[in-house]
Design a protein around this ligand. Sequence first.
Ligand code: FA5
Length: 340
Amino acid sequence: MSDLHELEQRATVELQACGDEPSLRTWHTKYFGDAGEVKTALNGIGKVPKEQRAAYGKEANRIKEVLNAAFDAALAAEKDRAIERSLTADAVDVTLPGRTVPRGRLHVATQTLREIYAIFADMGFQVYRTREVESDENNFELLNMPPHHPARDMWDTFHTTTPGVLLRTHTSPGQIHVMRQSAPNPVRVILPGMCYRYEQITTRSEIMFHQVEGLAVGEGITMADLKGTIQAFARRLFGQERQIRIRSSYFPFTEPSIEVDVDWPMTDPDAVRLTKGTGWLEIMGAGMVHPTVLRNGGYDPEKFSGFAFGMGPQRIAMLRYGIDDIREFWKNDLRFLQQF
Ligand code: FA5
C-alpha cells in the first residue's frame, strides 16, 4: 500500500513539472506504457498477501483513474497554452487591408463566340466540336477538292511531318464528321473552333483565327432556309437597323455558293478603312451543300439537301467594336483586353 501511495505522489509531482506536450507524453509512457509503473503495480497484485488483495486492487485502480484524469486535464491545458502561444507569437494584424485579386474576364473572342452560340442555340442548333489537326482527305478531298484542285490555293496551311496530316484551314471538315455520325438522320449543328492558314498576316487576316461553321441537313431544306437563318442571326447580333447583303460566290463544297456582307454606316469614321470604301463587310461564306459532299457524308442527295456556312468571329468582333487590327486578338496586351 505504501508503495502505491509513493507512486501516486511521485507521479503527481512529476506531472505537474511537465512544461510541454513532449514531456507529458514521456510521463504517460513512464506510468501508463506497456511496461509502465501503474501497469506493473496492477500486475503485482498476485504477490500481495491474500487478505490485502481486495484493498490493494481497489486502491491501485483508484490511483490509475486519478492519474489518468490528471494526465488528460494537463494535456488539454497544455494544448490551450500552445494555441495561446502561437496566437501571440504569429499575431495577424486583422486591421491590414486585404490584397485585391485582379479580376479576370473572358477574352473578347470568347465573348463573341458565346453570343454566337446563344443565338444559334435559340434556333435549335447544337454545338459540335471537331479536331484542329485534320487529314488532307477531310479538309479537302471529301469537300470536293481532289489533289491539284485549283481551289486549294485559297487555303494553304501548315503541314505536319506525317504525310496527309495538316492543321485545318477551315471548320468545314467538321461537316464530314457530323454527317458520317448522323446519317441518315437530319442534323442542325454549329462547329466552332480554331483554323490555321499559311498566309500573309495583315490587319484583317491572321494565321490562326476562329471560325463557326453551320450545317443543316434534312429533307426539303432550301436556299430560303439558309437566307432566313442568316438574316435572323444577323438581326440578333447586329440589331434591327443593320442590313445584310448576299452575293453569289464560289466554294467547291457548296452549290450555289454565296457570301454575306453586313452594312457598315459610312458615317462611321472607321467605315472606309474597314470596308475598303464599299460600306459592306464580309462576315461569312455559305451555300447549299454540294451533292458530292452530301454523298461523302452518307446522305442520298436525291432525298436530302442541306445548307452550310462558315463565319469568322474575329471579323465580327472587329465590326462590332471597331477593332482596327486583327493582330490585337492574340497579343495579350491587357490595355486591349480590358476594354471588353
Ligand atoms: C471558308 O473558309 C469556307 N469554309 C466557308 C464556308 C463554309 C463556305 C461552309 C460555304 C459553306 P473563307 O476562306 O472565306 O471560307 O473564310 C470564311 C470566313 O472566315 C471569312 O469570311 C472570315 O470571316 C474568316 N477568315 C478567313 N480567313 C481569315 C483569316 N486569315 N483571319 C481571320 N479571319 C479569317
